[in-house]
Design a protein around this ligand. Structure first.
Ligand SMILES: Cc1cc2nc3c(=O)[nH]c(=O)nc-3n(C[C@H](O)[C@H](O)[C@H](O)COP(=O)(O)OP(=O)(O)OC[C@H]3O[C@@H](n4cnc5c(N)ncnc54)[C@H](O)[C@@H]3O)c2cc1C
Length: 332
């Protein structure tokens, strides 16, 4: 697609909203564009390992501050063209004019990508900085949802916050924002990371009380490193409950123990969420596969396969820890 033209997308193919509307569960994995050659190798190893689970979709984060745009588009394109996976691209408003956003959306469309997670993003200096929109850009994700929907046949997802968005006055305001995103044309939401089922379940109840039927998929981040999860939780405004800190902090210097405890905690959370009716699970893999595979084996093996063209191979669940660190996502 060229700059300025409306996106024309294939009408056939799997749609995530269709899976969710059918009542089948959606299981998905999130990746971020690698920063170097070592990260790229680790990423593709994780992608290939998780591909055998036939997830409903995979998503690719958009760099914080709008950075590494080319890398995001390239990775999304490669996944669309070289794997059997259905990619969903994240997109933020950070530092982008409408014309630039249209170009990025066009590049996704050209790659055959028709699912986009529409986000505002955080200020380049971090979430605690004051948000400043591009003079010809957008202030809120809801505007990006409308914009993407106006450009073609895209299925648009949005972010939801069980523990309150850090910039929001309260969870009631968050609920109104989520309802507005549904009204603007979003067809499902994925949550920020959280650690207890209750904030998620209360969010779903509040949204239902507004009359919106927007499926909300829990975002699951396996704990594999104490300082990393503290950093990510603080960045995203998700408080880590004392019971979780008490379980992991004594083992901060023992990566294998933290990983095992993290898998146990996430498995319990996932089981509780599915038991309470969550429409699926979205795993933030951090470009590693082993913890996600272990949780998947604990939780999804007993629940049934992901709603996608083929069933997962549970033989692929053997989960030796990943050998190397591959960095952290720039966004999220
Ligand atoms: C599933 C998921 C994936 C993510 N992926 C990425 C990624 O790839 N890259 C990245 O950089 N970041 C990512 N993030 C982080 C996200 O960009 C930040 O959390 C950001 O601060 C909020 O984005 P949003 O889309 O919810 O914004 P918005 O919905 O616009 O909300 C931002 C703030 O504005 C307020 N607000 C919203 N609408 C209005 C209104 N009409 N009037 C007044 N106030 C309003 C909200 O209460 C909130 O405080 C992700 C988050 C989630 C949950």
């Amino acid at each position: 697609m060229t700059r300025g033209a409306g996106s024309t997308l294939p009408t056939s193919g799997s749609s995530i909203p269709d899976v969710l509307a059918s009542g089948r569960r959606s299981y998905s994995f999130e990746f971020f564009p690698p920063k170097n050659a070592e990260g790229e190798i680790a990423l593709w190893k994780a992608i290939r390992r998780l591909e055998s689970y036939h997830p409903t979709f995979v998503s690719i984060t958009y760099g914080a501050g709008g950075g590494n745009r080319g890398g995001v588009i390239e990775l999304t394109k490669r996944i669309a063209e070289e794997t059997t996976l259905l990619p969903m691209a994240h997109l933020t408003c950070v530092g982008h004019s409408r014309a630039e956003l249209r170009q990025v959306i066009g590049a996704y469309a050209d790659a055959g990508v028709r699912h986009v997670l529409a986000l505002r993003g955080d200020p380049p200096g971090g979430p605690e900085q004051v948000w400043e929109r591009h003079p010809d850009g957008f202030d809120h994700a809801v505007e990006l949802v409308e914009f993407i929907r106006s450009l073609g046949r895209f299925d648009v997802a949005v972010a939801a916050f069980p523990d309150k968005h850090p910039g929001s006055p309260d969870v009631e305001f968050d609920t109104q924002v989520l309802a507005a995103k549904a009204d603007a044309g979003a067809s499902f939401a994925i949550t920020q990371l959280f650690f207890d089922p209750e904030p998620y379940l209360r969010l779903v109840d509040r949204l239902a009380a507004t009359g919106r039927a927007l499926p909300v998929i829990p975002g699951i981040m396996p704990i594999t490193n104490v300082s990393q999860i503290k950093r990510m939780a603080s960045f995203s405004g998700a408080p880590i409950p004392k019971r979780v800190l008490d379980a992991i902090e004594p083992y901060a210097e023992d990566p294998d123990a933290v990983r095992e405890i993290g898998i146990e905690l996430a498995s319990r959370l996932c089981t509780d969420l599915l038991g309470a009716g969550a429409p699926g699970l979205h795993f933030m893999t951090l470009n590693r596969s082993s913890a996600t595979r272990a949780i998947y084996a604990n939780v999804v093996a007993s629940d049934g396969p992901a709603a996608s063209p083929a069933a997962p191979s549970m033989a692929a669940t053997a989960s030796a820890p990943d050998s190397s660190s591959v960095g952290s996502p720039a966004g999220r």
